[in-house]
Design a protein around this ligand. Structure first.
Ligand code: 5GP
Length: 213
């Protein structure tokens, strides 16, 4: 929690297969009181083991488009052939309650949020090499070759924008990656802009020592 009480929003993107889900899950498991994960809405079909309300809110196209019209989404994007979006209310409530919120979203959505909330931290997560990326995509055994090819084509497009992120984190080891993310967010909390109240308190308490100017 920041000294002003408001949490910090961290947006994590990366190629599909970069291991974002695993890293974010490990971050939340290690620091459960500190972080809150926003659950996205999507029109894609659930994969084996995915639960409504836990991994995603699974919506029909019509339902999703209604959420857009009702301005219920902080951001949304079309990725491959499906819609994905961040429900606004949960994020706003958690930040106001002082929790650091994590969004695990793709690039177009990440830039929409950064534009609306420039104080958010943008982090790009990547596997060490593209060979490793391909290996991870195939290792899931849940996608067809066609889907894998479209995800790699998407990765090639996304790679063009990595330098628009604030930080790049290489995921070659989950624990190391979790600690890197934690350090980046801790560091952000120490920025002067998040500590106005403390700064004013220090200035106020030193007033009496000012020499007549
Ligand atoms: P997947 O289908 O593999 O779960 O996710 C595909 C992509 O959609 C990933 O890059 C993931 O980060 C992104 N994604 C998940 N939720 C959201 C969201 O709410 N908004 C946006 N813009 N992207 C999302």
């Amino acid at each position: 929690m920041s000294s002003q009480g408001r949490g910090i929003l961290t947006i994590i993107s990366g190629f599909s297969g970069a291991g974002k889900g695993t890293v974010v899950k490990a971050l939340l498991a290690k620091y459960p009181d500190r972080f809150r994960l926003s659950v996205s809405a999507t029109t894609r079909q659930p994969r084996d083991g995915e639960e409504h309300g836990v991994h995603y809110f699974f919506r029909s196209r019509d339902e999703f488009e209604q959420m857009i019209r009702d301005d219920q989404l902080l951001e949304y994007a079309q990725y491959v052939t499906n819609y994905y979006g961040t429900p606004r209310q949960y994020v706003e409530e958690q930040l106001a309650a002082g929790h650091d919120v994590i969004l695990e979203i793709e690039q177009q959505g990440a830039f929409q949020v950064k534009k609306a909330m420039p104080e958010a931290i943008l982090i790009f997560l990547t596997p060490p090499t593209i060979e490793e990326l391909e290996r991870r995509l195939r290792g899931r055994h849940t996608e067809t070759e066609e889907v894998i090819a479209s995800r790699l084509a998407q990765a090639a497009i996304e790679a063009e924008n990595i330098n628009l992120y604030d930080y790049i984190v290489i995921n070659d080891d989950v624990d190391g990656c979790v600690e890197s993310l934690k350090h980046l967010i801790d560091g952000e909390h120490q920025k002067t802009c998040w500590n106005e109240t403390k700064i004013q308190e220090l200035q106020k308490d030193l007033q009496i020592y000012r020499k007549g100017e």
